[in-house]
Design a binder for this molecule. Structure first.
Ligand SMILES: Cc1ncc(COP(=O)(O)O)c(C=O)c1O
Length: 477
């Protein structure tokens, strides 16, 4: 054993570094909460950032771990800062992050029971809990996977296997049977990516038009379906958003489920961002009908306070999840015909995967589901308050009433000529760019009906009304 290896595994060095890291992270959390000195985005150009870290990389040293931790914190995007209002990435609960450290060191690889016994059992418990929250019935269950994109692919692979009238997994896709999926025109790009991975190309995705609130118009489902059938396509699934990425709109899941039932189609709900509304009393109505879905994706690393990546795919009939990947890997899955809940690789895209269940389990065991419901209710409430503020401002325009915690709006000052559409786009693009480089707030932008809008996702539980007043003022300035 070399001294270097000895040091890398030395428990006392680990203890010292661990205490140091937790101290620094606790100070960071305090600094964020108090908005001390720190900005959400300490902006550096990509070239400057690369230069700094390339220089640091050139001189390995066992000294300076403390300084390294501090520099990593300083140069990152600070999601715990109340003025972070950007993309829909969780502001992790500190306990979930600590649990991530625990599972990272244990590093059980999860593929079969013996290499992840505890996390397999915890995953089963969590999936059962999630299925019951969604009301998906006694046969429901699922798996955790690495991200919503992987989750959507997993759900659609199950739909394909179940709905194709031949064994597509074994035989491969046949040109004579072009398969397709119907989805909201605002579906996340991972849906069309999944369709393309399955080899169906652009023609394999049928975009269902939306109403003014950017929800699927249920009256157009039949027409889209008929057109697809006339073109010789075999539609296997319909995808509903709960909610959409850009505007946070919830599709009419109840009507979509009824449509799927009538045509014997698989109903997949992309609830990566917003399926957690089912946990709240106030906003549960937004996901009415989700219980009828055949598969649902929920990202715990969006609205459920977990670090990335932590995605659940819940199936109405858990048995079907075994059909999706009927892979032969004799060294690992010695008896792949025998279905069981604990050899998880049989049901996932991954072979090795992280012990994702432990952090969710830790939050539920410590705080109960109320933690999630308090959080979602508070952020959805704040979005509605922000929307009112925008409507009353006189110089901002709300894109649409928020259904979730995503609020899209734009600056519309009444200066002469400022209402020319191209000028407004240019102005709002410039605003977003200046805000990003200034660093005091972090917001993003989107395009709605061809026009540029500023986009905020109120992810931080400490964002206050006053922060939002200040954001509007900052934009004016
Ligand atoms: C609605 C929706 N589905 C899926 C995804 C993809 O999830 P992930 O980034 O975890 O792959 C996103 C990401 O923002 C999303 O908003």
């Amino acid at each position: 054993m070399t001294q270097l290896l000895e040091n890398a595994f030395n428990p006392e060095i680990f203890r010292k570094n661990g205490h140091e890291l937790v101290d620094q992270l606790a100070d960071y959390l305090n600094a964020c909460k108090n908005k001390d000195a720190l900005n959400p985005l300490p902006w550096k150009t990509p070239a400057d950032m690369l230069k700094k870290w390339q220089t640091d990389f050139a001189a390995p040293s066992e000294e300076g771990v403390k300084e390294f931790f501090a520099a990593v914190i300083a140069d990152s995007l600070h999601l715990h800062h109340p003025k972070y209002m950007g993309h829909q990435v969780a502001v992790p609960a500190p306990l979930a992050a600590l649990t991530e450290l625990l599972s990272a060191l244990l590093n059980n690889s999860m593929a079969v029971y013996e290499v992840g016994p505890l996390s397999a059992a915890m995953e089963k418990v969590i999936m059962g809990w999630a299925a019951s929250v969604l009301g998906m019935g006694k046969e429901a269950g699922g798996i955790l996977t690495s991200g919503g994109s992987s989750g959507n692919l997993t759900g659609l692979l199950a739909a394909r296997q179940h709905q194709a009238d031949y064994n597509i997994w074994e035989d491969g896709a046949k040109d004579t049977h072009p398969l397709a999926v119907m989805a909201s025109a605002e579906a996340h790009y991972s849906i069309s990516r999944a369709v393309k991975i399955m080899g169906w190309g652009e023609k394999g995705i049928i975009k269902v038009p939306l109403n003014k609130r950017k929800e699927v118009d249920p009256d157009l489902l039949e027409q889209c379906y008929r057109e697809a059938v006339q073109q010789g396509k075999r539609v296997v699934a319909v995808v509903g958003n709960a909610c959409s990425t850009s505007t946070g709109s919830y599709d009419p899941l109840e009507e979509m489920a009824a449509f799927c039932q009538e045509h014997r189609l698989w109903f997949h709900v992309d609830g990566a961002h917003g399926a957690g509304a089912a946990l709240t009393e106030k906003y549960r109505g937004l996901v009415k009908g989700i219980e009828k879905a055949d598969s649902v994706v929920i990202d715990f690393h969006k609205m459920l306070l977990c670090p990335a990546l932590t995605t659940a795919v819940i199936f109405k009939n858990d048995e079907l999840s075994h059909e999706t990947f009927s892979q032969k890997a004799l060294y690992l899955l010695a008896n792949e015909k025998k279905e069981n809940w604990f050899d998880i690789a049989a049901k996932t895209l991954e072979c090795t995967k992280k012990m994702m269940s432990v952090k969710i389990y830790a939050l539920l065991r410590t705080y109960g589901p109320r933690l999630f419901s308090d959080y979602i209710t508070a952020t959805y409430d704040l979005a509605r308050e922000f929307a009112e503020m925008i409507k009353e401002s006189g110089d901002f325009e709300l894109a649409l009433e928020p259904a979730s915690n995503i609020v899209c709006f734009r600056y519309t000052p009444s200066a002469p000529g400022a209402h020319d559409p191209a000028e407004l786009d240019e102005l709002n693009t410039r605003v977003r760019s200046r805000i990003k480089e200034d660093g005091e707030f972090y917001i993003v932008q989107t395009v709605i009906n061809g026009a540029v809008y500023l986009r905020t996702t109120l992810m931080n539980p400490f964002t206050s009304t006053n922060d939002l007043i200040q954001l509007l003022q900052k934009i004016r300035d």
